[in-house]
Design a protein around this ligand. Structure first.
Ligand code: AKG
Ligand code: FE2
Length: 308
């Protein structure tokens, strides 16, 4: 049962045995299948912080057809770029934040500015950011998207998704909604399915940064057992086809030793991405005790212009 696996991996006392957690960095070919990428190098990829596509390692989980895993395809600078985007830009109005209902931020205040610029008010705010929504906003109560609640999808996310989708054979994917999830070391995400999108034939992309997650993917009902896997910084999970509507969740965040965002010489790098060293220092501090997940979906069927 999904709940049993969740409880097992969440437990602190006793701590879980991690021997069955699928580790794509040492792929077991009894459990995973190698997928070949459609290697049309895209010049934009470099600007979006991606390694050349020919260097990517892509797998499918044999027991969960359609569950595709791309092992961190980001460069170190790329990791910094996306972490900063999630912390500084995507957590701003007009996007929606979990903090909105608490009225802790005034309209002209941003989470980033207050957290790192106002020691008194910022102290409590750092750990309170839990999610933000972009594009079509998911309404957590009705579990529906609405045409009225819609903001512009950031162009860099749209472009990134075009490249990722093309590389693994999902041409035509349109990034129309995103949830950015922010996890502290003791955060969890309960088992759920993502079924609110009209177009459930389109894959869902889930990109992780920062500390490592144990991610569980179960079956179409809660009764089926779950497979556990590590999601490390930069790793991408694609829930497509038979895996798209399966139960999944995050029972545990583990501190990571491998920090692909942390370079010795990134601050000397000449790309515009790491230009703001001061901002990066703050983001680096945040990410040393946090995980960020960018969860990106297509909502509409191709050719459909609005929800109605
Ligand atoms: O954080 C994750 O890896 C999963 C997030 C997720 O499932 C969701 O946002 O629907
Ligand atoms: Fe989900």
């Amino acid at each position: 049962m999904f709940k049993d696996s969740f409880k097992y991996y969440k437990s602190r006392n006793p701590p879980p045995d991690l021997k069955d957690v699928v580790d794509f960095s040492i792929p077991d070919l009894n459990k995973v299948r190698i997928i070949t990428t459609q290697c049309v190098e895209n010049q934009q990829g470099d600007k979006l912080g991606l390694k050349p596509i020919k260097e990517w390692r892509v797998y499918e989980l044999i027991d969960v057809p359609g569950l595709i895993f791309i092992e961190n395809p980001f460069t170190e600078i790329g990791q910094q770029y996306w972490i900063l985007k999630c912390l500084k830009d995507y957590s701003k109005k007009p996007n929606k934040l979990n903090l909105d209902i608490h009225n802790v931020l005034n309209d002209n205040e941003s989470w980033w500015d207050i957290t790192f610029g106002n020691p008194e008010k910022g102290k409590n705010l750092l750990s309170k950011l839990r999610w933000t929504t972009l594009g079509y906003h998911h309404n957590w109560d009705t579990k529906k998207y609405s045409e009225d609640l819609k903001t512009q999808m950031p162009l860099e996310i749209v472009k990134l998704m075009d490249i990722l989708a093309d590389a693994i054979g999902f041409q035509g994917f349109k990034a129309e909604a995103a949830i950015i999830n922010y996890y502290r070391m003791n955060s969890t995400l309960a088992g759920h399915t993502d079924h609110s999108e009209i177009n459930i034939d389109a894959p869902l992309f889930s990109i992780s940064f920062g500390q490592t997650a144990i991610f569980l993917i179960g079956g179409l009902t809660q009764e089926e057992p779950a497979v556990a896997m590590y999601l490390r910084s930069g790793d991408i999970v694609v829930m497509s086809e038979g895996s798209r509507l399966r139960y999944h969740g995050v029972p545990k965040i583990l501190p990571t030793i491998i920090k692909p965002w942390e370079t010795n010489n990134a601050s000397e790098s000449n790309t515009s991405i790491s230009k703001n060293v001061d901002h990066w220092k703050k983001a680096k501090m945040y990410i040393s005790e946090a995980r960020i997940n960018m969860n990106i979906r297509q909502v509409l069927k191709s050719g459909q212009m609005t929800l109605y």
